[in-house]
Design a protein around this ligand. Sequence first.
Ligand code: ZN
Length: 118
Amino acid sequence: MSAKPITGQCHCGNVRVTVARTPDYVNECNCSLCRSLGGLWAYYASHEVKISGETTGYVRADLSPASLATHHCPTCGTTTHWVPLEDDPHPRMGVNSRLFAEDFLDGVETRYPDGKSW
Ligand SMILES: [Zn+2]
């Protein structure tokens, strides 16, 4: 596991996300939201994540109450992260591991939660 900060970015480079370390694991969830967004989620406390550049939030309207807002780059549309709808700091937020170089996930377990059944 890497303990040095790692930076990834959206496709156009306007949004940069720096995380404190390699994730413990990532989730490839099968729910409609995660599948639509292409998220491969790595989890961090909010103090471990730094995001620069403008993002646009999305809160799903088909679940009430929704618990989180997903964010994407308004220019290229890349899904960047999600945050709980409660105020900062967050003990757990999600970062799209697809923002990072391919070797970011070397040795990291991919889990396949059955989110569509939740
Ligand atoms: Zn972009």
